[in-house]
Design a protein around this ligand. Structure first.
Ligand SMILES: [Zn+2]
Length: 543
């Protein structure tokens, strides 16, 4: 009997040590802010071998990866990738929303109860407090009793904080006022020495001390529109949106302009590598997780649009940053010892004016005119325009307190307003009300995306849907650059590549949802599935 127990014990130790080795040393989650999947084929001939091409040739490509909710914005995107669920459950319904309970507009990672660590006081009052479900990174923390290390890095606070989850060891983001990487007292009381040392090097100052010129001769950027065109917004202080962009004269007194250049991504890559070294990530048998989000692509994309030489140059430089990162990971952990995936938090449409000029149907909405007609409708129908609170994220927020005081039937007001706007605002093809969304279950593709993005208390009362090709809130003069947020393929389809530990080269055209990434990681790492997860593991990856 004793021998039998010893034998069992011996084998269970063998099995558990084998299982311990069956894990990657580290997972590197990479989000490229506003990346369209077609950039890879468009810029293919100018990419080097070590960056995007490595993912395509040696990785697994989920070619039909879609966002399954709206709005396709940065905050919800990062939250959904890492929680495996949609805003209806994780609660990050937009970047900013109107909080019905506290009657105030809030930012998705705003937290006035925490302090800034390492930089400007306001820029650091951020935490994941509004995130309502666990992330895959939280699940890793729980499954190892907190022994695995989890860190988030991004120029944008929300791009670092939401992926790393509530239980993260740290999240770091960029403060344009000081040029420092900073954090908040949610995570720490002071920056670790490696992070302060990095800040001491003053890289942003260096990046802003010379003009931004194209990596290759500008004549070779034939995949993009001519450099000087009316669809792009110049930098503030610049006459035309053309190279070379004279960063030293455009930067002003602070360091914020780095974000709007490809050098913001290089800075992010270097800080991410410093965090691996500084925290000894991936150095023991317990898997660690580093979440990197490259945001410069989004700032450049908004300003110049998908067809700009600036956007192309930003991706060509990101390709080199990725090659550097992968080379570092190879040297540090060994090929095949780390697991990585690359995706985007949303994509983006061509500039609508450029579509119109090519005879395509598109349009630019006018938020101010829309708000005015909502007020006029409420005034005419119910005698008061101040039932209207705000227009945010294509949603109209109404004042329920006032409507209740005046004994108005809220669902009827919403319905009548929705019908009025559908009939009278050009470009609006659908509108669902909060009452609709709470009472019905929608299966129509775009309506079901609204339902998955709706959480009572955080969303508005009438949710408008523009026709494909339409958008509002554009950059520059209101007609330049681009934006995103819709349910349509140009915003909702994103790249998804898996590479490294236990990943075989291949691809699938099967429809994958953005919420499938987190449960796939759960199965790969053999840990819990995030607690609000609605996605499914990608069988081609976990089999
Ligand atoms: Zn984004």
């Amino acid at each position: 009997m004793k021998n039998f127990i010893l034998t069992i014990l011996f084998f269970s130790i063998l099995i558990s040590s084998a299982q311990a080795q069956q894990k990657p040393k580290i997972v590197i989650g990479i989000v490229v802010d506003q990346m369209r999947p077609d950039y890879i084929s468009r810029y293919w001939n100018k990419f080097g071998d070590g960056g995007f091409k490595r993912l395509v040739k040696d990785g697994y490509n989920c070619r039909n990866t879609q966002y399954n909710y709206v709005p396709t914005y940065t905050g919800p995107g990062h939250a959904s990738i890492y929680t495996g669920t949609t805003p209806a459950y994780h609660g990050i319904v937009a970047n900013d929303w109107f909080d019905q309970k506290n009657r105030d507009t809030v930012y998705c990672v705003q937290d006035d109860s925490v302090r800034s660590i390492g930089g400007d006081a306001e820029a650091g009052k951020m935490s994941p407090i509004r995130l309502l479900t666990t992330t895959i990174t939280d699940e890793l923390h729980l499954s190892t009793q907190g022994k695995s290390k989890v860190i988030g890095v991004s120029l944008k606070d929300r791009g670092a904080i939401l992926p790393a989850g509530r239980a993260a060891n740290a999240a770091y983001w960029y403060d344009g006022k000081t040029g420092n990487w900073i954090s908040s007292s949610w995570y720490m009381n002071e920056l670790p020495k490696w992070a302060s040392d990095f800040n001491e090097r003053k890289w942003p100052n260096e990046y802003l001390s010379k003009p931004w010129n194209t990596l290759f001769n500008i004549d070779r950027y034939t995949e993009s529109d001519p450099d000087n065109n009316a669809y792009e917004a110049p930098y503030s202080g610049e006459e035309k949106p053309v190279f070379p962009h004279d960063l030293p004269s455009l930067r002003g007194k602070n360091f914020d302009l780095v974000r709007r250049t490809p050098f913001g991504n290089t800075l992010t890559k270097d800080f991410a590598i410093a965090s691996i070294k500084g925290e000894d990530l991936g150095s023991d048998s317990i898997t660690d997780f580093l979440c990197i989000s490259f945001s410069a692509t989004d700032y450049v994309g908004h300003q110049f649009g998908p067809m700009a030489v600036e956007t192309e140059d930003t991706y060509l430089r990101l390709d080199r940053d990725l090659a550097d990162l992968f080379q570092f990971l190879d040297n540090n952990f060994g090929k095949g010892k780390y697991l990585t995936f690359l995706t985007a938090d949303h994509a983006a449409e061509y500039n609508p004016k450029s579509l119109l000029d090519q005879k395509l149907y598109a349009g630019i909405g006018e938020p101010k005119a829309l708000a005015d007609s909502v007020k006029l409708f409420l005034q005419t129908m119910y005698g008061k325009s101040d039932y209207f609170i705000c227009y945010l994220n294509n949603q109209i927020y109404l004042d329920h307190k006032k409507m209740q005081q005046d004994k108005l039937e809220e669902c009827i007001v919403e319905e009548q307003l929705a019908n009025y706007l559908k009939q009278h605002i050009e470009g609006i093809i659908d509108a669902l009300t909060a009452c609709n969304l709470q009472a019905n279950e929608y299966s129509e593709p775009f309506r079901s995306k609204m339902q998955k993005g709706y959480q009572q208390g955080r969303n508005g009362d009438v949710w408008l849907q523009y026709a494909p090709g339409w958008m509002d809130h554009l950059f520059g003069n209101g007609k330049q650059g681009t934006t995103h947020g819709s349910a349509y393929p140009y915003d909702a389809q994103v790249p998804l590549y898996w590479y490294g530990w236990n990943i075989n080269a291949g691809s699938t055209l099967r429809e994958i949802h953005i919420t499938d990434i987190a449960p796939t990681l759960s199965y790969l790492l053999n840990i819990g599935i995030p607690n609000g997860c609605t996605g499914k593991p990608i069988i081609e990856i976990v089999k």
